[in-house]
Design a binder for this molecule. Sequence first.
Ligand SMILES: [Zn+2]
Length: 407
Amino acid sequence: MVSRKLSLLLSVLLLAVPVFAQQQSVPKPKPRVIVIGVNGMELDMIRPLLLKGQMPNLASVIQKGAYGKLRTVSAPNCPRVYSTLFTSTDPEEHGVTGFIVGGITANTNMLKEEPLWSMLSKSGITVGMANVPATFPVMPVNGYMISGMLTRGKNCEDGVLCAPKLSEVMGGDAVYPKSLQPELLKNVGDFYIDCERMPGAGDLKGHEAEFIDKWLGKVQVIRAQQTKLFDYLLTTHPTEFTFLGQSCEDRTGHWLYPITPFNVGYNASINNVRQDAFPNQYVAFDAVLGSILKHVDENTYLIIFSDHGIKPLREFEEKDPHAHMDHEKTTPVIAKHDFADGDDVPGSFFAMGPGIKHDLRLMGLGASVYDVAPTLLYLYGIEQPKQMRGRILTEIFENTNNKVAAK
Ligand SMILES: [Zn+2]
């Protein structure tokens, strides 16, 4: 009897090995993740809007998920932080240290470390990206990529903080695969990539109110085009990993931040005209979020992050106090973010999805832009490569062993 039991046990044990191996090789459904990057989303602006109920969609994400500040890098700006987020390495390591690197507009050919989209594609995850900053020229992925901020084209030759039309892009491809471009032109239209250029002082002088309203009108057009683009892509080209970008908020904040007379750069003829222009950008973003949320079911992870915040001018740190401006460097900038201490302008992070804690507030600056890529890889069960400096944000998960594919 004993020997029969033993042989049975042995056979079960022997069987268990191939069964276990078989289970491992059976492809599990891959998680669906939608990431929205909002350039320079400032929590100080958002909190009163949430209290007033003017951002109901973001409020619902907060309620269903985890949120808090996101530590950024020093002297944060869009290409510098996004490339840090893509690679979870230092700006000096990945090479995209700012808007201009060695006299050339930052571009994807400068990336010296492997970005997230490449790692996901190699692991067989379908990837879709649209309007994400610092992704021009686009790179091949297991899906599609449409570039964002820093795309060069007509009326935007240097690609810095301006908006070329899709059909007028120059100096590289804005769409991968190429076959997607005519399809987008046909079904979405000839949309602007990125957001409107900030005005120069000469454009504004004497026509402030008129120019501000015209400019905000163009921003609204661009946002409507982006909303249509995102909805089209999420409907007709769903991917397991989708990364969408927004950048009009930051662009508006730089020169229309609602400041008071004691602030640096205050000019009543500009700053008294539309004091709600900047907060209204977040109300408009909330509507974009609402349109994206239609594609989010209970099995989808939704991550919203910003690369940094934005604050009124308050430090005297640079030889050129108007570094973050239009190409003529005359925009009356009254708020910025590339302060030496990145902790002065933290970004923000919102996450919801299967196994993510509800109504969790992340205190302090424990989560950083370096942690986003390792956390996204973790959702797919992909091991964090050695060069990545961030960590998995385990504190946002109910159970780090069961609910997601832990490594
Ligand atoms: Zn900015």
